[in-house]
Design a protein around this ligand. Structure first.
Ligand SMILES: Cc1cc2nc3c(=O)[nH]c(=O)nc-3n(C[C@H](O)[C@H](O)[C@H](O)COP(=O)(O)O)c2cc1C
Length: 348
């Protein structure tokens, strides 16, 4: 089949592919700009960007400073082409400030999840920016749509549906995650579509989770989705922001290494069974201080590890102290590739 283009608000791209927001620093300006230049939607993850020492003094402004730098860099590498977006987690303590900084810098779209992005429109003023909530089912979408309609008279420009096999934080109960067929992306499409119809909203709907090939993209398009969001498969690309030692961990991983643990964010999170994860699952607590509260939902006195520190270790290649967020789809990752190799398979 010929793949459709993807139109959201002011942009239409050659391929129906959004590069997932991946913190900390995995989805950076290099990965985002490469994706845009190849005909997809590039996303800079806004979490954990700031220099640690400067963040200790002024977390909010330091986070904004580096985000703006990243946006400028991506614009340079794409000749300002777009569509360039940010991903911002609702759980972040600097949520509103990050969005404001990105909007002032002229970002094209905002992806927001890890919590319900009910307040998202309140932070953009009258900016012409595409708003894309990330949800895990019809119930969550209904809450977002009714709240946006009531408070802002605004509809989303697209919807990302994160399925139960996704990487990162998961909007499902542990029971659902034990039985992913009960909430598959096929089932979720039907319930999301129904809610969209109730609200007279015809925004594009994108599937997130499990995408590693053109065949996967076609599968979701045939299901009714307008496109896909790709995370894990893009980690082992030359362009992703992560030390090569950590990329190799994904190359070497098998599906048996994938586990779900409780995250300090307050949600289940899918990760590789790294040395740190094994220590935590054995009941140990990692030593850490919390110099700035990056998450509203985290209680540093109670959680067994600092997720920001562990993700930063992944970025830096400190394998023993890292947490590796992942989807279930590590099997097909068998070498580090230029991201162009994936996009080349999408051309007709
Ligand atoms: C390493 C990693 C980091 C992630 N970071 C974020 C993030 O900062 N914000 C967010 O909303 N989702 C995050 N996610 C979830 C992705 O945006 C995406 O929806 C998911 O990975 C899609 O499934 P896939 O990985 O199977 O392709 C992350 C996922 C991974 C694997």
């Amino acid at each position: 089949m010929k793949l459709p283009k993807l139109k959201i608000r002011n942009f239409e791209t050659e391929y129906p592919v959004i590069q997932a927001g991946m913190g900390v620093r995995v989805g950076d300006s290099t990965l985002a700009s490469a994706t845009i230049n190849l005909g997809g939607w590039g996303t800079i993850a806004s979490v954990g960007l700031g220099d640690i020492e400067k963040s200790k003094v002024d977390f909010v402004n330091e986070s904004n400073r580096v985000l703006v730098e990243e946006i400028k860099r991506a614009r340079e590498m794409t000749n300002g082409k777009g569509p360039l977006g940010i991903n911002v987690m609702v759980a972040l303590s600097n949520y509103g400030s990050i969005i404001k900084a990105a909007v002032e810098e002229g970002i094209d779209f905002i992806l927001s999840g890890a919590g319900l992005p009910i307040a998202l429109p309140s932070h953009i003023g009258d900016a012409d920016v595409a708003l894309i909530p990330i949800i895990s089912g019809g119930r969550a979408l209904k809450i977002v749509l009714s709240s946006w309609k009531r408070k802002f008279n605004r509809q989303p420009d697209a919807i990302i549906v994160e399925g139960p096999l996704c990487g990162g934080h998961l909007g499902f109960s542990y029971d659902q995650l034990d039985d992913p067929d009960s909430c598959s992306l096929e089932i979720l499409y039907k319930e999301v579509k129904e809610v969209m119809e109730q609200f007279d909203c015809d925004a594009p709907i994108l599937a997130a989770g499990e995408v590693c090939s053109r065949a996967d993209v076609e599968k979701f398009i045939k299901m009714g989705y307008d496109g896909v969001q790709v995370g894990t498969y893009f980690i082992a690309t030359e362009e992703a922001g992560m030390d090569i030692k950590s990329k190799q961990v994904y190359v070497d991983a098998t599906p048996e290494d994938v586990v779900v643990v409780h995250s300090p964010v307050g949600l289940p999170v899918r990760v590789l069974n790294s040395a740190l994860v094994k220590r935590v699952m054995a009941g140990n607590r990692e030593k850490f201080g919390c110099p700035y509260r990056c998450l509203r939902t985290c209680n540093p006195a109670k959680v067994p590890f600092c997720i920001a520190k562990a993700l930063l270790s992944a970025w830096a290649g400190d394998v023993d102290n890292a947490i590796y967020m992942t989807g279930c789809n590590v099997g097909p990752i068998d070498k580090i590739i230029p991201i162009k190799e994936f996009f080349d398979t999408l051309a007709d």
